[in-house]
Design a protein around this ligand. Sequence first.
Ligand code: ZN
Length: 139
Amino acid sequence: MKSYRKELWFNTENRYELINITPLVEECIRESGVRDGLCLVNSMHITSSVFINDDESGLHRDYLRWLEKLAPHEPIERYEHNKTGEDNGDAHLKRQIMGREVVVAITNGQLDFGPWEQIFYGEFDGRRRKRVLIKIIGE
Ligand code: ZN
C-alpha cells in the first residue's frame, strides 16, 4: 500500500474566503501515484473548513450570507468565546457547520466525483497562515 501526506498552506487576503482546491488535490493524487484508494482532505484549524459542493459564485455568496445570519461576526461581545480576548467566536461556529474534512474515493488515478462536486477550503478567520492536510492511501 502507498501512503502520501502533504500540507497545503493558505494566507487569505480577507477574513472569509471560499477557495476551490480541487486542482491542488488532483496534483497531490498524481504525485502520490495512487490509482485506487482514498483521499482525505481536512482543515488543520478550528476556524476553517473543507467541504464539497458546486463551484458556483451565487451559491458561495448564499453560503456566506447564510453563515453570517447564523453566526454574525459582530457584535463580537455576543460570544462567550471572545471573552478570552479573541474575536473569532463566529468563525468556530461557521467551521462547525461547514465541516472539518472530506474523504473522496480515488478510481483510475482520479477523484471519483459525482456531477458538479468540487472541493473547497472555507476560511472564516483568515489573513494569517493556515494549513490543510492531505492524506492519500491506496495502490
Ligand atoms: Zn477562537
